[in-house]
Design a protein around this ligand. Structure first.
Ligand code: SAM
Length: 336
């Protein structure tokens, strides 16, 4: 029987992992994938359309082929299907600003992760959102808006809101979930509840999409402020790992109290499996909180389901939302 050989290759690839991120970010920034979609296919054509030296075009294309971002056929390159769909400028689903923002926003801090892991001062409740300015909010949500509209439309397709009247969207960001719900359901009204600086920006997106008469954003901190009453749907998306179990439990309890009897809550976020051994994405979102010195950790699907049950929700279920990335945990407030 041959023994499995143990070597350092996996460890090396992990140690150099930052190069993969930087390759993707640089390729987006110099418009590699857009030029390929427009018809530049060879090293020579791409060097000239990108205005870079042929040797650098070749370096970048070889790395992108190894990463599976482009496919090589003879001397010609084409985009992988997800790249063609999300990373070609001008396409409806263009996710370039989101990926480049997220791909570099914490880069310098991750480089000093061990230093952050050794820090022991008391956590900062709002973590990355402490002292968040309107300009910070504009920058963040310029990146999240298009991708968030995709997620919002997916939510509006998955969840029947045709008999509902009012959504309360906790940490609603640009307002994308409410905008998508209002697009599909003409009777729906909504309140986006986010930090005061973000509410300013959300109202701009809401106005831009023509929904100011049905959706409004109000400023507040869901860790300490009361929630507006009257909603029959509460949503909360993509801020789960930024807070501790106790804080999320408190938010879910307040959501339960604010909901009308018979109403429903959907908590959407990056969640771990119940053994807490993965997937990698949610695990790293939890680790990311170390650099913000917050209370945040990655939560498992079973834990999140438990938060809803403990608050009084019934018929709690965990549903795949974006496979491999986001789970939607849903529960219903019993009729009075
Ligand atoms: C990653 S964004 C997600 C936005 C939106 N839900 C989406 O899916 O596109 C997280 C949002 O949660 C908001 N948020 C985080 N902590 C909050 C708090 N304590 N109170 C209110 N909003 C908060 C942030 O301001 C930000 O807009």
């Amino acid at each position: 029987m041959s023994e499995e050989r143990i070597d350092t290759v996996r460890l090396q690839n992990l140690a150099y992992g930052y190069r993969q991120s930087a390759t993707l970010v640089a390729a987006i920034e110099i418009d590699l994938f857009t030029k390929i979609a427009e018809g530049s296919r060879t090293v020579g054509q791409l060097a000239s359309s990108l205005d870079i030296a042929p040797v650098n075009a070749e370096r970048l294309l070889v790395a992108c082929a190894a990463l599976g971002l482009v496919v090589k056929n003879g001397d010609e390159y084409s985009n992988a299907p997800d790249v063609e769909r999300f990373l070609v400028k001008g396409a409806k689903n263009y996710a370039g600003p989101w990926l480049t923002t997220m791909g570099r926003s914490d880069y310098a801090e991750w480089n000093k992760l061990a230093t952050f892991l050794r820090r022991k001062e008391p956590p900062r409740i709002l973590g990355t959102y402490e002292n968040f300015t309107v300009e910070d909010a504009r920058k963040l949500h310029r990146a999240t808006f298009s991708i968030g509209m995709g997620a919002g439309r997916r939510f509006a397709r998955q969840v029947d809101l045709s008999k509902r009247s009012m959504i309360l969207d906790l940490g609603g960001g640009s307002g994308c979930y409410c905008i998508a719900a209002a697009e599909k359901n003409p009777q729906i009204k909504a309140v986006v509840f986010d930090l005061p600086s973000v509410a300013v920006v959300a109202n701009e997106y809401i106005a831009q999409c023509g929904f100011s008469d049905r959706i409004k954003a109000v400023g507040g901190d869901f860790t300490k402020d009361q929630f507006p009453e009257g909603a029959d749907v509460v949503t909360m998306a993509s801020n789960l790992p930024q807070y501790s179990p106790d804080i999320i439990k408190g938010v879910v309890r307040k959501a339960f109290e604010a909901l009308r009897p018979g109403g429903e809550m959907h908590l959407i976020g990056e969640m771990l499996n119940d053994a807490k051994t993965g997937p990698l994405g949610p695990a790293l979102w939890g680790l990311n909180e170390a650099i913000y010195l917050s209370t945040g950790v990655a939560h498992s699907e079973a834990e999140v389901s438990g938060y809803l049950k403990d608050a009084g929700f019934v018929r709690v279920s965990a549903n795949e939302f974006v496979p491999g990335s986001l789970t939607r945990v849903t529960g219903f407030k019993p009729e009075a």
